[in-house]
Design a protein around this ligand. Structure first.
Ligand code: ADE
Length: 230
C-alpha cells in the first residue's frame, strides 16, 4: 500500500518512518510512504504558500495554487491516482470503520494543512475526503496523517507478525467490542495477581473469559460516553 503525504513540514515524519512496525513494513516493501513538500510547488522568489484571509481576520490561509498543483502532480506520479484525504478538524471523524474502509485502497494521498486552514477552493476543485481525528484543533494535519497511517497499516497483509492481531483489536469485527485485559509475567506484582483462568491452560475457558471481559469493558465505556458519541 502506498501513502503520499503532502506537507509543509516533511521532516516531522522522520522519526516516525524509521521506527518499529512501520520501518519494518517499509523495508519489506509492504508499505511505501512518500513525502512531498508543498513548498516545492510554490511560485516566485519567496516560495509563498500562505496569505492573509480575504475579509480580514487572524492567521494565514494556505493558498489554493501550490496546494492544487502539488496534489495533481503527486497523483500523476504513480498509478492508481489514489484516494485524496484532507486532514482537517472539519472532516468526518476517524474511527475503526473508517480505517477499515481506507485500508481497502491501494494508495492514499494525505494532504496536511497548517495555519488557519486551506483556501476553500482546494476542496471545491479537488473534492477530497475530509477526515478529522477528533474534536480538537491540532497545529497541523501532520500528526493526524501519522494517526491515519498507523491505524491503516495494521490491516495491510503481512505488516503485523500475527495475522490475527488486527482482527482482535478493539473496535474490530462485527461486534466492535473493546479488547480484553492482557497480562504477562510476573504472575503477581504488588499484590495484584494475574487471573487464575489465564494460567490454567483451558483454552475454552480462556476464550469465554476474554469474551466476557470485552463485553464488560464495552458496556462500561458506553456508559461513560456522551450520547453523541454512541
Ligand atoms: N488538523 C488540525 N486539527 C485536526 C484534527 N483534529 N484532525 C485532523 N486534522 C487536523
Amino acid at each position: 500500500m502506498r501513502f503520499d503525504v503532502l506537507t509543509l513540514f516533511p521532516q516531522i515524519f522522520g522519526g516516525y518512518l524509521t521506527q518499529s512496525l512501520l520501518a519494518k513494513a517499509i523495508e519489506r516493501h509492504l508499505v511505501d510512504v512518500q513525502l512531498h513538500d508543498i513548498r516545492d510547488w510554490a511560485k516566485g522568489k519567496h516560495k509563498k504558500v500562505d496569505d492573509r484571509p480575504f475579509g480580514g481576520g487572524p492567521g494565514m490561509v494556505m493558498m489554493v495554487e501550490p496546494v492544487v498543483e502539488c496534489v495533481e502532480a503527486v497523483q500523476a506520479m504513480a498509478q492508481p491516482p489514489g484516494r485524496l484525504i484532507q486532514l482537517t478538524p472539519q472532516g468526518r471523524r476517524l474511527d475503526q470503520s473508517v480505517v477499515e474502509e481506507l485500508c481497502r485502497e491501494a494508495r492514499l494521498i494525505l494532504l496536511c494543512g497548517r495555519y488557519e486552514g486551506f483556501d476553500e477552493r482546494v476542496s471545491e476543485i479537488l473534492k477530497p475526503d475530509a477526515i478529522s481525528i477528533g474534536d480538537y484543533v491540532l497545529n497541523g494535519g501532520e500528526v493526524a496523517a501519522m494517526v491515519v497511517i498507523d491505524a491503516v497499516i495494521r490491516h495491510v497483509p503481512g505488516v503485523l507478525g500475527d495475522e490475527e492481531s488486527a482482527k482482535q483489536d478493539s473496535f474490530s469485527g462485527d461486534e466492535r467490542q473493546l479488547e480484553w485485559a492482557q497480562y504477562t509475567r510476573p504472575r503477581e506484582f504488588r499484590g495484584h495477581a494475574v487471573p487464575e483462568v489465564l494460567i490454567g491452560g483451558n483454552h475454552e475457558q480462556i476464550a469465554a473469559w476474554r469474551a466476557e471481559q470485552g463485553r464488560k469493558r464495552t458496556e462500561k465505556r458506553k456508559g461513560e460516553m456522551k450520547n453523541d458519541e454512541l
